[in-house]
Design a protein around this ligand. Structure first.
Ligand code: SF4
Ligand code: FES
Length: 254
C-alpha cells in the first residue's frame, strides 16, 4: 500500500452550529486503488455529535460513495468499529467534542482486511469465535430437550457476566500487537469468549476448550500488552480473561 495522502478539501455540510472540525477520512477500494488516500471534509458539530453522525453527514451531503458499517447507533451491535485518531473505537460511541482535536482522522481498523474505506472484513474474528464453541456444553437430557431451567446464584453469574458483555466489535483484536504479527493467533476476543464459558458453572466443556486454546497460536502467544482491555468499549477486559484462562491451564483454578 502506498503512503496515504490528502487529496481533497470539501466545504462544510450545513448546520446551525458554529463549531466545525476537519474529518480526515481514509478512502480505499481494493478493487481499483493502489493505496489509501485521505480526503478532508469540514463538518459542523454539536456537543453531542458522534463521529458516526459526522461520517453519515458527509455521506449524505458531500460524498455518497463513503463506505461505513453501522446499525444500532448505541454501542450495542458492534458494527461501527474503526480507528479514530489512531485508536480503535466505536464511531457511534465517540463524541467529537470529547476528542479535543481540530482534526478527526478516521481509518479502518488494523489487523483485518479492508473491504472498502472504513469497512473491514471481520470473518477471522467470527471464525475464531466459533472455534471456541460459544454455547453451553453438557450432555444431560434437560438441555437437549429444553425441559429445565439452570438457575444460578448471583455469585455464579458474577463469575462470567462481565465477559458475556462482548458485542464482537473486534476493537480488541485490532489493538492487539500479536494479531498484527501472527495471522493464526486466536486473538483476545475469542480467548475471552472461551473463558466466558469456562467460568459458567452450567457448562461442562472446559476441557474441550482448554485443548483448543493450548496451542502455539493460542493462549501462550499473548504477551500481555493489555491494549485489548484499554480499547474495549464494554469493559470486558480481555486481558484479564486470558490470565484467568491461563490459571485453568496451569491448574491454579478449578
Ligand atoms: S472484548 Fe470488547 S473490544 Fe473485544 S470484541 Fe468484545 S466488546 Fe469488542
Ligand atoms: S452502530 Fe452499533 S455499535 Fe456502533
Amino acid at each position: 500500500m502506498t503512503d496515504p495522502q490528502i487529496v481533497e478539501e470539501q466545504s462544510s455540510a450545513e448546520s446551525s452550529s458554529s463549531k466545525t472540525v476537519t474529518l480526515r477520512m481514509a478512502k480505499f477500494n481494493p478493487e481499483h486503488d493502489s493505496g489509501t488516500q485521505f480526503v478532508n471534509f469540514q463538518v459542523s458539530y454539536e456537543r453531542w455529535t458522534t463521529v458516526l453522525d459526522a461520517i453519515l453527514d458527509v455521506k449524505k451531503h458531500l460524498d455518497h460513495s463513503v463506505a461505513v458499517r453501522y446499525s444500532c447507533r448505541q454501542a450495542s451491535c458492534g458494527s461501527c468499529g474503526m480507528k479514530i485518531n489512531g485508536r480503535p473505537r466505536l464511531a457511534c460511541f465517540t463524541k467529537i467534542s470529547e476528542l479535543n482535536s481540530d482534526v478527526i482522522t478516521v481509518e479502518p481498523m488494523n489487523n483485518y482486511p479492508i473491504v472498502r474505506d472504513l469497512v473491514v472484513d471481520l470473518e477471522r474474528m467470527f471464525d475464531t469465535h466459533k472455534e471456541m464453541k460459544p454455547f453451553i456444553i453438557r450432555e444431560d437430557s434437560e438441555i437437549t430437550t429444553n425441559t429445565k431451567e439452570f438457575l444460578q446464584t448471583p455469585e455464579q453469574v458474577e463469575e462470567y457476566i462481565q465477559f458475556a458483555n462482548c458485542i464482537k466489535c473486534g476493537l480488541c483484536n485490532s489493538a492487539c500487537p500479536t494479531m498484527a504479527t501472527d495471522s493464526s493467533f486466536l486473538g483476545p476476543q475469542a480467548l475471552t469468549q472461551a473463558y466466558r464459558y469456562v467460568a459458567d458453572n452450567r457448562d461442562k466443556g472446559k476441557n474441550e476448550r482448554l485443548k483448543i486454546i493450548d496451542d502455539s497460536h493460542g493462549i501462550w502467544r499473548c504477551h500481555f500488552a493489555g491494549s485489548c482491555s484499554q480499547v474495549c468499549p464494554k469493559g470486558v477486559d480481555p486481558a484479564m480473561g486470558i490470565q484467568m484462562l491461563r490459571g485453568h491451564l496451569l491448574g491454579f483454578k478449578k
